[in-house]
Design a protein around this ligand. Structure first.
Ligand SMILES: Nc1ncnc2c1ncn2[C@@H]1O[C@H](COP(=O)(O)OP(=O)(O)OP(=O)(O)O)[C@@H](O)[C@H]1O
Length: 258
C-alpha cells in the first residue's frame, strides 16, 4: 500500500452521541483512523469506550452523528452490516466456540459450503477448503497454532486471541476493533498479540484498540483518542506524549480538545 493510500481515512466517526436514560454516554465524539494506523481508544471506566465500539459495530444505534467508511457515509444497523462494511470487532469474550476446532471457528458465520450441489443443499460444509484457507490466513499472521483440528478449548489465551484476530482479518476487514485484547494474557502472549497488531496494520488494516495498559498503548499505537465522561478530550500522536500525559488525559487532569 502506498504512503498516499495510508493517509486515507478508513473509519471516521463524526459527532456521535448516545444517551441511555439519564446518562449521556457519548457526546459529539469525532475522530478518524487512517488505513494502516493503530489508534488507542482510552478512558476511565464508564468513559464511553464500549458504547462507541458498540455504535460502530452495529450493536447500538447512535442518537446522532455520522459514521464513514473509506470516506463514504454508512448506516451500521446491525453487526452483519458492520461486517459487510469491512468492520470486524474482536470482543473481550472473543465469541469463539470452545468445542469447535480452529478452522471451524475461523469460518464462523461464513462457512464454505460443499462443492457438490446436492450436499450444498443439505448444508454440508467443505471442511477441507476451510482448513486450507485457515492455514493460509494463520500463516499470513505468522501465528504459531497447533493442528487446525485442535478444539479452541485446548489453546492458550494468546492462541485464542490469534484465532479471533485471524478470523477478523480473514474476512478481508479494513477496520479491526479490539476490546482489551491483552487484558487476560501473560507477557509472552501479549507480545504475540502486539506482533499481530503490527503485522495487520502493516498490511493496511486500520486498528482501533481499547486498552487500559499504557505500556501496551505506547508500544503498539500511533495515536490515542481519549474519552472523558462521553466527550473526546484528546487526540494525540503517541510520539508526542508520555504515559504520564495519557494518564493525565484519562483522569481529566490534562485536557487537549481534539
Ligand atoms: N446498555 C446500557 N444501558 C444503560 N447505561 C449504559 C449502557 N451501556 C453503557 N451505559 C452507561 O454508559 C456509560 C459509558 O459506559 P461504557 O461501557 O461505554 O464505558 P467504558 O468506557 O467502556 O467503561 P469500561 O472501561 O468500564 O468498560 C456508563 O455510565 C455506563 O453505565
Amino acid at each position: 500500500m502506498s504512503s498516499e493510500e495510508l493517509k486515507q481515512p478508513a473509519l471516521t466517526v463524526k459527532n456521535i452521541s448516545k444517551r441511555f436514560g439519564g446518562i449521556q454516554a457519548l457526546q459529539n465524539v469525532s475522530f478518524n483512523i487512517n488505513k494502516g494506523e493503530v489508534v488507542a481508544l482510552l478512558g476511565d471506566n464508564g468513559a464511553g469506550k464500549s458504547t462507541l465500539v458498540r455504535c460502530v459495530s452495529g450493536i447500538h444505534p447512535p442518537d446522532g452523528g455520522e459514521i464513514l467508511v473509506n470516506d463514504q457515509q454508512v448506516t451500521v444497523a446491525s453487526p452483519q452490516d458492520a461486517r459487510e462494511l469491512g468492520i470486524e470487532t474482536v470482543h473481550q469474550d472473543l465469541a469463539v466456540i470452545p468445542d469447535f476446532d480452529i478452522a471451524a471457528n475461523l469460518f464462523l458465520n461464513r462457512e464454505i459450503l460443499h462443492k457438490n450441489p446436492l450436499l450444498r443443499l443439505l448444508g454440508w460444509l467443505d471442511n477441507k477448503a476451510m482448513r486450507e484457507q485457515a492455514q493460509i490466513s494463520l500463516q499470513r499472521l505468522n501465528s504459531k497454532v497447533p493442528d487446525l483440528t485442535e478444539a479452541i478449548s485446548r489453546l492458550s489465551g494468546g492462541q485464542r486471541q490469534a484465532v479471533a484476530i485471524a478470523r477478523a482479518v480473514n474476512s478481508g476487514a479494513d477496520v479491526v476493533i479490539m476490546d482489551e485484547p491483552t487484558a487476560a494474557l501473560g507477557v509472552e502472549q501479549s507480545a504475540q498479540v502486539n506482533e499481530l497488531i503490527n503485522l495487520i496494520s502493516s498490511q493496511g488494516v486500520a486498528v482501533l484498540l481499547i486498552s487500559h495498559n499504557m505500556q501496551h498503548v505506547m508500544e503498539t499505537c500511533d495515536r490515542a483518542v481519549v474519552l472523558l465522561r462521553g466527550e473526546s478530550i484528546a487526540n494525540v500522536k503517541i510520539s508526542d506524549v508520555t504515559p504520564r500525559d495519557l494518564v493525565g488525559f484519562i483522569t481529566g487532569a490534562q485536557r487537549l480538545t481534539a
